[in-house]
Design a binder for this molecule. Structure first.
Ligand code: PMP
Length: 409
């Protein structure tokens, strides 16, 4: 572990945001499930694009446009390789996980779902993987159904199996809960969904920074994630879709780039992926994401996982020593995220006290109101860990929670 600690101490130095103090205190940034901080290599890569390479892509017949286009399309190849896609055309650029789900719901969903069909989700989905399905369901007369969760935060697989039927046309679930930390059995659930003929969309927002994802091996039909939770820029995300399914889907938005030929009477559309990418894209988003992936791959997911699991274990043990503290989500397979409450204290009050101590957490419903209803609480305090955190951050968290308990209970 000491080698790992040394390595991650160096990695911590690559995040300029961590050099500042907050309310006069050392910053313990424990909100990576909301967004990760950005390493210098990503910031520098975006600066380089804006400084030297700045140009629109695909359309210019000049040097800078070529450089920008190469970097932009190079990012598509890098991302395809990163998640194990077979072809780079299977990578569609969007604004983030939320737009990714909306994109699939409004293209695949609108063409393939009909009255009486069911979309199976789970009780622990983020609103971004609930509301788009409800909106499409309402349009076509389909129904959204949710599999329950067990008290330890794992999906109730009996309920999941019971709710799968010939009516199920889409199964959309998260690979990792942003609240409970639960990692789900993506391959297993996908197999069960395919057995009833349903397509599968996986919300990868919380998993891509933890594990090497292999969409081909998992056999998922769609996989979506946001770059900003992966050390990359805001406003950029990815939809992976199996080529044959993407080829069968109608366009998403109309405009430049997505066309093959336009006349006043009629437009024919481009092939995938450009068919789905109308207008000037988020060029530095793609380029910055490629830099973020390189950053992660240079560290190695095996090391990241070992380090984060050690922090998770340490933090869980330390927090559980605090009287009146309850942790929500104790799944066997967990990401580096801990949701908790102090019995009798409001999560927002705890969050505020932690902030004053320089400990950045999130307090609220985390865009998972159905999960909060299932847990019977309005919200939680959530501490989430990443490559730049260390035991000092955990100790600061524990000390601040002890202080909050003294002040609030
Ligand atoms: N799903 C999960 C599991 C998430 O954690 C988030 C972000 N909190 C989203 C979806 C939505 O991601 P974004 O806001 O980047 O679109």
């Amino acid at each position: 572990m000491s080698n790992l600690n040394e390595l991650f101490a160096e990695i911590r130095n690559e995040f300029p945001a961590l050099t500042q103090t907050v309310h006069g205190k050392r910053l313990s940034y424990l909100d990576s499930a909301a967004t990760t901080l950005k390493p210098k290599v990503v910031i520098d890569r975006i600066t380089k694009f804006y400084t030297n390479e700045v140009s629109n892509v695909h359309r210019g017949a000049h040097y800078l446009a070529d450089i920008a286009t190469q970097a932009f399309e190079g990012a598509r190849h890098k991302i395809a390789n990163f998640i194990g896609a077979e072809q780079f055309e299977e990578i569609i650029f969007v604004r983030g996980t939320t737009e990714g789900v909306n994109f699939v719901a409004n293209t695949w969903g609108l063409t393939n779902l009909k009255a009486g069909d069911e979309i199976l989700i789970t009780e622990m989905e983020h609103h971004g993987n609930i509301v788009p399905w409800q909106m499409i369901a309402e349009k076509v007369g389909a129904k959204v159904v949710a599999a329950g969760i067990l008290d330890n935060g794992e999906i109730d697989m009996d309920d999941f199996k019971n709710k799968l039927s010939s009516k199920t046309k889409m199964v959309a679930f998260t690979a990792c809960s942003n609240v409970l930390g639960t990692n789900t059995d993506v391959a297993g659930m996908t197999k069960l969904a395919h057995a009833v003929g349903a397509k599968v969309l996986v919300d990868g927002a919380q998993i891509v920074s933890q594990f090497k994802v292999d969409v081909k091996a998992l056999d998922v039909d769609f996989f979506v994630f946001s770059s900003h939770k992966l050390f990359g820029p805001f406003g950029f995300g990815v939809v992976y879709g199996k080529r044959a399914i993407l080829d069968s889907m109608p366009p998403y938005q109309g405009g430049g780039s997505m066309i093959s030929k336009v006349t006043i009477e009629k437009t024919t559309y481009n092939d995938v992926p450009t068919r789905f990418e109308a207008g000037t894209p988020h060029v530095e988003g793609a380029i910055g994401t490629a830099a973020a992936i390189e950053f992660l791959e240079n560290i190695g997911f095996d090391k990241i996982h070992a380090y984060e699991m050690d922090l998770l274990k340490y933090a869980t043990e330390k927090l559980l020593e605090i009287p009146d503290l309850k942790i929500y989500g104790m799944a066997n397979d967990k990401g580096p995220t801990i949701s908790f409450n102090l019995k009798g204290a409001h999560h927002s009050d705890v969050g505020q006290i932690l902030d004053q101590e320089g400990v950045a957490v999130r307090a609220g419903h985390h865009c998972t109101q159905p999960l909060m209803a299932r847990l019977g609480i309005p919200g939680t305090v959530r501490a989430s860990f990443s490559v730049y955190n260390n035991r000092q951050d955990v100790d600061a968290l524990v000390k601040a929670v002890v202080k909050a308990r003294e002040l609030l209970l």
